[in-house]
Design a protein. Structure first.
Length: 325
């Protein structure tokens, strides 16, 4: 059986495997992130010094490993931009304001996607600009393009809440905190069943963690955090028994539903969301009634892992509805 590393506890959505790029950068001599320029609506690399803090930095391929390590202390908002892109210029302005308003609880990392193609590829950016959060070493896709300022603050609050759930409650080193404001938010205690489940995950007792999350869902069917966490725990448990030749088996018989399910687990764990969705939907189209039920259930789990607001989920749901009816 293949030995598959476990994902970080906490049910982070949209997981992308960044370890290959981190490993490459660790072999290089990294430079510290640079304070960002361009306080106005100019290109991300132009203009004067940043307005008063180290909350906004320019990050390239060489600093990538440092960025990932820092995300274990404070959530990092990564803006993948380009100097030729007017939306990129607008995005930097509104992100800068929102991050500085968080008083050190967030760091904004600006990445010139043209000059740093390895970072852009690692985050699987489909368009520029793209914004991603990195929490405890794992990226969480946020949005492409530019969102209205009134929508950005609530979105970043959700990032902070997710960070607290994963124990990331620090502040940017050296950040000035406004007088009378706490240096960091008071962590909200997890519900008792969630606490017990995460303790079980730390012991790699995924069966017990799944039982606890199911109990939480039975008590509160609207507990979306428990639904997403249950899907991830069950994924971790299945990954421990994926055969080493799973991809070869699936390639040899595209109608083998069991093989398709196994490879889809590998795809979703590696951040290849579109591949996982397409594989299962293709298998669903020709599957027996019994296999269709299993595939549909697995797709719903993947939708919970990816997040209901992700455009890829919407597209996959529409295709599934077409195949059903």
């Amino acid at each position: 059986m293949a030995a598959v590393p476990a994902s970080p506890p906490g049910g982070l959505r949209g997981a992308i495997d960044l370890s290959p790029l981190v490993a490459r950068q660790n072999q290089q001599t990294a430079q510290p992130p640079r304070p960002a320029t361009s306080p106005g609506r100019g290109a991300p690399e132009g203009g004067g010094p940043a307005t008063g803090s180290n909350l906004v930095v320019e990050v390239g391929d060489a600093e990538f490993g440092q960025l990932i390590e820092l995300s274990r202390t404070v959530p990092v908002i990564v803006a993948l931009v380009a100097t030729w892109s007017t939306p990129s210029q607008d995005l930097v302005v509104i992100l800068r304001d929102a991050v500085e308003a968080a008083a050190g609880r967030l760091l904004l990392a600006i990445v010139d996607s043209d000059a740093n193609p390895q970072v852009a590829a690692a985050f699987q950016a489909q368009s520029i600009p793209t914004t991603v959060a990195v929490i405890a070493g794992s990226p969480v896709p946020l949005f492409a393009g530019v969102v209205p300022e009134q929508q950005l603050a609530p979105l970043l609050e959700q990032v902070l809440e997710l960070a607290v759930q994963n124990g990331v409650t620090g502040v940017v080193p050296g950040a000035a905190v406004q007088e009378g404001e706490p240096a960091e938010p008071e962590p909200a205690p997890l519900p008792p069943l969630h606490q017990e489940a995460y303790a079980a995950i730390e012991q790699q007792d995924y069966a017990e963690a799944a039982r606890l999350f199911r109990t939480a869902i039975a008590q509160d069917p609207r507990d979306v955090a428990a639904v997403a966490a249950l899907a991830q725990v069950e994924l971790l448990d299945r990954l421990r028994t994926v055969p080493e030749d799973a991809r070869a088996i699936a390639a040899g018989d595209p109608k083998d539903a069991k093989a398709a399910l196994a490879v889809a687990d590998l795809d979703i764990a590696g951040g290849h969301v579109d591949d996982a969705f397409d594989r299962l939907l293709d298998a669903f189209a020709s599957a027996s009634a019994e296999d269709r039920t299993v595939i549909r259930t697995r797709l719903l789990d993947f939708f919970a892992l990816t997040g209901p607001d992700d455009a890829r989920v919407g597209a996959a749901r529409r295709r599934l509805a077409t195949l059903l009816y």
